[in-house]
Design a protein around this ligand. Structure first.
Ligand code: 5GP
Ligand code: ZN
Length: 114
């Protein structure tokens, strides 16, 4: 998608602080971090949201979690605890229509869903 900000980050057209890349996935630090560690893990393939996931995307989505686990260990937050969030749709606060997994940690978090 030519006008997608995350596609442009994946291609390198927009700079970001990349922390991980492989053939399926790119991970970079959120520009407006909500926690000491705030990383976005995205598929290199453009997918708007969970709403349009296909069954052929299952291994790709599973891979995002494997990368999240590795990055949590790398960031030193695996034992202390971290949160993985996927906002879907406007009402949930999704602002970038390219599916992404937020990895948040490094500070105590309240158990709030709002
Ligand atoms: P959402 O609200 O869609 O779940 O999450 C989008 C996230 O992308 C937000 O936390 C926002 O700070 C982050 N973001 C938006 N634009 C950019 C950008 O250009 N670079 C980076 N690194 N993060 C961005
Ligand atoms: Zn995209």
């Amino acid at each position: 998608m030519t006008d997608c900000i995350f596609c442009k980050i994946i291609s390198g057209d927009i700079p970001s602080t990349n922390v991980y890349k492989d053939g399926q996935t790119t991970a970079f630090r959120d520009i407006n971090p909500a926690a000491p560690t705030h990383i976005l893990i995205v598929p290199n393939k453009h997918i708007d949201s969970v709403n349009v996931l296909g069954s052929d995307d299952e291994s790709l989505i599973g891979h995002l979690f494997t990368v999240a686990k590795q990055l949590a260990a790398q960031e030193g937050i695996a034992d202390g605890g971290y949160r993985l969030i996927v906002n879907t749709g406007e009402g949930a606060g999704q602002t970038v229509p390219h599916i992404h997994l937020h990895l948040l940690g490094g500070a105590p978090m309240k158990h709030s869903m709002g």
